[in-house]
Design a protein around this ligand. Structure first.
Ligand code: NCD
Ligand code: ZN
Length: 352
């Protein structure tokens, strides 16, 4: 029997953390090996909140890449309470594609996040006018709301009112994790779409918590019950599948930060993201929907052309390394030491 293989338009990653400095240099090749473009998250410390910082960051990213012509870093600005209409205008002129809304304290490095989004309505109106997107980490931070309900509550408290007030603002509801989010996206107009990560499609909270806490599955929004994972799978392959696209939320942290008495949120999946998406779609007999999810829906929503290369994957098992070493420290990837079903065929020498 011949090996199963699939060729698709080269994907993009519509939500990626690459950090800075030596970590950036170590992790960026994993993404450029797979993706044509990536939306770069601005949650550095301090956050990337002005145009010059974003352009400098883009420069650092691009100078860390060997094949610069085959990858594009799409830059975002971190929305803060101080973001002005002028910043939005400058961002537009500089080719920044989106602003990122982190509710203050919602996740890793979100201390500078927005305290009350409704105070920023004029800024959002300017984004709507100029066609800049708003990318949303959709969780409330109200301490009274259970961590497993924070996304669902965010829809009612924030998303629905924002959509009412700024109806033509293009919004990406990022890394969605719940059945409620899937149905909200499916029933929304074409100004709203969502990204879905490989780990939220693959795992439920039992995978994270039964038999011992697994810190490398801990991310925000937190992984939910099986019924939500099933709803995500249905969403990305169902009738409204064109409203969902790939955003890995690959978020590298050093091992000691994850394996700690207060482990931080973030899953490092960049080395195997495309392979995992392929495995997920294959498992549910939906490989025919893979390319739209990874390579077509995203550019369409952003108003960009699809990539002009193809990539090929073969169904051949691959053992994920136990760790990657950076400056004598370790980063543990998702599924470290375990077998995955698919491999991307490299057309370059960069083999991990
Ligand atoms: C991200 C990080 O580490 O920067 N962590 C995560 O759990 N997803 C931040 C984020 O996107 O929420
Ligand atoms: Zn993220």
């Amino acid at each position: 029997m011949s090996t199963k293989r699939i060729s698709i338009i080269q994907p993009d990653d519509w939500h990626l953390h690459v950090r800075d400095g030596s970590i950036l240099k170590a992790v960026i090749p994993f993404s450029t090996r797979q993706m044509g473009r990536a939306i770069i998250m601005p949650n550095l410390i301090p956050p990337v909140a002005d145009v010059q910082s974003a352009l400098d960051y883009q420069q650092r990213i691009m100078s860390s890449i060997s094949k610069q012509d085959s990858f594009q870093a799409l830059m975002t600005l971190y929305l803060t309470d101080k973001t002005s209409i002028e910043t939005v205008q400058q961002a537009h002129r500089a080719g920044i594609v989106a602003f990122k809304l982190y509710p203050q304290g919602a996740t890793t490095n979100s201390e500078s996040g927005v305290t009350d989004i409704f105070k920023l309505l004029p800024v959002l109106e300017e984004m709507q006018k100029l066609g800049i997107l708003l990318l949303i980490h959709g969780e409330v931070t109200d301490s009274k709301v259970d961590i497993f309900d924070r996304e669902k509550v965010f829809i009612d408290r924030v998303l629905i009112p924002i959509k009412k007030q700024i109806p033509e603002l293009k919004i990406v509801f990022e890394h969605i994790t719940t059945a409620e989010a899937v149905s909200f996206v499916e029933t929304s107009d074409h100004y709203l779409a969502a990204t879905v990560t490989p780990h939220h499609l693959l795992f439920n909270r039992n995978d994270m918590l039964v038999g011992g806490i697994k810190p490398h599955y801990y991310c925000l929004p937190i992984i939910k019950r099986e019924l939500h994972r099933k709803a995500l799978l249905k969403g990305v392959t169902g009738k409204h599948h064109h409203k969902f696209f790939a955003g890995t939320d690959s978020a590298p942290h050093m091992q000691h930060k994850k394996e700690s008495v207060c482990g931080c949120a973030g899953v490092f999946n960049a080395p195997i993201a495309l392979e995992l998406y392929t495995e997920i779609f294959d498992k549910i007999d939906a490989l025919d929907k893979l390319e739209t999810f990874t390579s077509i829906n995203g550019p369409k929503f952003y108003g960009l052309p699809v990539n002009n290369r193809q990539v090929t994957l073969v169904k051949k098992s691959y053992q994920v390394p136990d760790f990657y070493e950076i400056n004598g420290e370790k980063i543990i990837p998702l599924l470290a030491g375990q077998e995955i079903a698919w491999q991307l065929i490299d057309d370059e020498e960069t083999k991990f």
